[in-house]
Design a protein around this ligand. Structure first.
Ligand code: HEM
Length: 439
């Protein structure tokens, strides 16, 4: 079970190729099966790579199991962050997020915004140039979230400053699970943590400043019609405290930015090894573009999005192979017995996605219309904590792929850059690509 207190945490979190389950998981599964016990994150834990048990855990949230992220995550995202809240407070925050990311808003507001921000990023790509695809994907998702949450415009000085602070802040989030006092890691990370804490304060001060401006304008009756954003919504329709609003906004910026940008970078990484998929995508998107031209339409409509059938398979296959969110943190609220396994009350439970171990050779797998339709496929979690932004994430990926495939051919400029799980999935070199415009 490893070292006292730390247990096997360091081996469990040791970075590994994101297209595998990692040495630790592979060895443990080979030795003990898909459900095994360990000592992780400071206590006894059950790790499950069994889709049936994972589904059971997620569907019994609040009854047999409860969300339980390490305290360091709460310290970083804030104690009112949705990721760490449980019970009624979680439900209230979730209602706000779901309202903000509702199907109706996706159709009426977000589709247009997603397309606008995609085109903004792609239009800056120069013929035959080489750049980091991961940075471009991050730029896209950050701009989209900053606009949708606080009406910040891309390229404005304040948006760029916030983006810079956010990058520093993210380094703290990434190192958080190893923040165990007294360890060598902790000492090395102290400097980072100090820098990160400052950046968190700067970001919160920035959001608070925006809030105060907004409240002032509301009192003066000077609201801008443009500001149909989350900040406006919470100020008008909720009775959350300032601290709660700050944590909600920070955690939505985090949840909505990091994950979908990685997913887009993964699609850019996987596709070149599957020319058949690129060809089929091209046929689909050229046909959509042709029909639009004939109808005299310019912007993508919801019907166009629905017609992207093969693209939806590519999106799912990317999420399956890339496994963006590897595992979740839960704890058992009671003694639980599941198919002969005993899970003691109070133990940590870590449902671990096992999708990319689906028997295909990663990177050479081409999506088909039948893949990932199984109920074992849970890239967005499940139960009462199912990702609130799953539909937005899929929309972002599909619209980005639409314009990418129509306008560019790309090559991976550096064939030794592969995604790693830290456990956050990341390309160490930023995934450099070289692009050619399609004529
Ligand atoms: C490919 C992209 C994404 C993936 C793979 C993903 C994955 C997940 C997962 C697995 C969870 C469950 C966490 C848990 O149960 O402990 C989650 C929660 C959440 N996600 Fe996402 N997510 C993505 C994109 C987004 C986007 C674009 C947003 C929008 C802002 C978002 C907002 C949220 C929120 C608010 C929660 C908390 C839900 C709750 O606790 O009720 N996510 N996400």
């Amino acid at each position: 079970m490893g070292l006292p207190f730390l247990g096997e945490t360091i081996s469990y979190l040791k970075p590994y190729s994101a297209t595998t389950l990692g040495q630790y998981m592979e060895q443990h599964i080979a030795r003990y099966g898909k459900i095994y016990k360990s000592n992780l994150f400071g206590g006894p834990a059950i790790v499950s790579a069994d889709a049936g048990l994972n589904r059971f855990i997620l569907q019994n949230e609040g009854k047999l199991f409860e969300c339980s992220y390490p305290r360091s995550i709460g310290g970083i995202l804030g104690k009112w962050s949705m990721l760490v809240l449980v019970g009624d407070m979680h439900r209230d925050m979730r209602v706000i997020s779901l309202n903000f990311l509702s199907h109706g808003r996706l159709r009426t507001h977000l589709l247009k915004e997603v397309e606008k921000h995609t085109l903004l990023v792609l239009s800056s790509w120069k013929q035959n140039s080489t750049f980091s695809a991961q940075d471009e994907a991050k730029k896209f998702t950050f701009n989209l979230m900053a606009k949708h949450i606080m009406s910040l415009d891309p390229g404005d000085l304040e948006t760029e400053q916030l983006k810079k602070e956010y990058v520093t802040f993210m380094k703290g989030v990434v190192s958080a699970p190893l923040n165990f006092p007294g360890t060598a890691y902790w000492k090395a990370l102290k400097v980072y943590i100090y820098i990160y804490a400052c950046s968190r304060c700067t970001i919160l001060n920035f959001i608070e400043g925006k809030m105060e401006e907004r409240v002032k304008r509301m009192k003066e009756g000077n609201e801008s019609l443009e500001e149909d954003d989350l900040l406006n919504w919470v100020l008008k329709h909720s009775n959350l405290s300032t601290e709660q609003i700050l944590d909600l906004i920070l955690s939505l910026l985090f949840a909505g930015h990091e994950t979908s940008s990685v997913a887009i970078a993964l699609a850019i990484y996987f596709l070149p090894s599957c020319p058949r998929a690129i060809q089929q995508l091209r046929e689909e998107h050229v046909e959509i573009a042709r029909a639009k031209k004939e109808a005299g339409e310019v912007e993508l409509t919801w019907d166009d999005y629905k017609r992207m059938e093969f693209t939806h398979c590519v999106v799912n296959e990317t999420l399956r192979l890339g496994n963006v969110v590897r595992f979740l943190h839960r704890k058992a609220l009671k003694d639980v017995r599941y198919k002969g396994y005993d899970i003691p009350c109070g133990w940590k439970v870590l449902p671990h996605n096992n999708n990319n171990n689906g028997g295909r050779t990663t990177g050479t797998s081409c999506p088909t219309t039948t893949t990932t339709t199984t109920h074992n496929f849970m890239p967005f979690g499940g139960g009462s904590r199912l990702c609130a932004g799953s539909e937005l994430a899929k929309l972002e990926m599909a619209v980005f792929i639409h314009h990418l495939i129509l306008n560019f051919q790309w090559d991976l400029a550096d064939h030794i850059d592969h995604p790693h799980a830290y456990p956050f999935v990341d390309f160490p070199k930023g995934l450099p690509i070289t692009v050619q415009r399609r004529i």
